[in-house]
Design a protein around this ligand. Structure first.
Ligand SMILES: [Zn+2]
Ligand SMILES: [Zn+2]
Ligand SMILES: [Zn+2]
Length: 253
């Protein structure tokens, strides 16, 4: 399967509106970050994790013309506010797209996007979605088991997702004891790493590197990064098995 980083930026995106710092002014596309999302695809189809505000632009950039299912990590605006753009797919097929997440997250989705769930749904310009609660069990999509793994995002409990031997773990400040077993022996760990300095709800560079050191994935990619991270500057600080992810990066897994 192929995983594509659709977006790798923190909640502001990079460049930040009105900011003229070297990263925000950079011409290097690796310093331009849409909000966080990934696409996982194989010969059976495509799964998206999170639909950020730039979801439509991400789909156009990556020529995404079909989505089989969506997994949401949590209900923050930078992860769900592109949900309405799923209409681009359901208008073409007439079929609904299943959306999976925790009960808490789906309750918020149901409230924030109330117009999608009023009955009867007979307007073609409204996305047809079904909401499916995940708890501890994996869900099989496009022939792959996706396991929800609880992580801490400040005080919140949100989901990371493990599929194959890959962990997608964005918006993380701590891995609770009960979830730690899922982080050992990974081929790929995609991990939140917001900036150099500590943050109450995200991992700093040192904290993210400590997690890599503890769990020893074969390869780690850092995501959800701010304008404090100039791509080349940070890349030089990283050990060989760790890379800063960038928008459009594709990895074979
Ligand atoms: Zn976020
Ligand atoms: Zn900036
Ligand atoms: Zn968040």
């Amino acid at each position: 399967m192929i995983l594509t980083f659709l977006g790798t930026g923190t909640s502001n995106g990079v460049p930040i509106i009105g900011c003229h710092c070297p990263t925000c002014s950079s011409k290097d596309p690796k310093n331009h970050r849409y909000r966080c999302s990934v696409a996982i695809e194989n010969e059976k189809g495509r799964v998206i994790i999170d639909t950020p505000p730039e979801f439509r632009l991400q789909c156009i950039r990556e020529n995404i013309d079909k989505v089989d299912a969506v997994l949401l990590t949590h209900d923050h605006a930078d992860h769900i506010f592109g949900l309405d753009d799923l209409r681009g797919f359901t208008m073409q097929t007439g079929e609904s797209i299943p959306v999976y997440s925790s009960e808490n997250c789906l309750n918020i989705v149901h409230r924030a996007f109330y117009y999608m769930f009023r009955q009867p749904v007979n307007k073609t310009h409204i996305p047809k979605l079904t909401l499916n609660i995940l708890n501890k069990e994996p869900v099989n999509l496009i022939g792959i088991d996706f396991l929800p793994v609880r992580i801490k995002h400040g005080k919140l409990d949100i989901f990371a997702y493990k599929f194959g031997n890959v962990m997608y773990c964005t918006d993380c400040s701590r891995i609770p004891l009960s979830s730690q077993k899922h982080f050992f022996n990974l081929d790929v760990l995609i991990l939140d790493c917001i900036k150099y300095a500590p943050h109450p709800t995200h991992l700093s560079l040192n904290q993210a590197l400590r997690i890599v050191d503890k769990y020893k994935p074969k390869k780690a990619y850092f995501t959800h990064t701010t304008h404090y991270f100039e791509y080349n500057e940070v890349s030089e600080l990283l050990p060989e098995n760790v890379e800063l992810a960038y928008d459009g990066l594709k990895i074979n897994i």
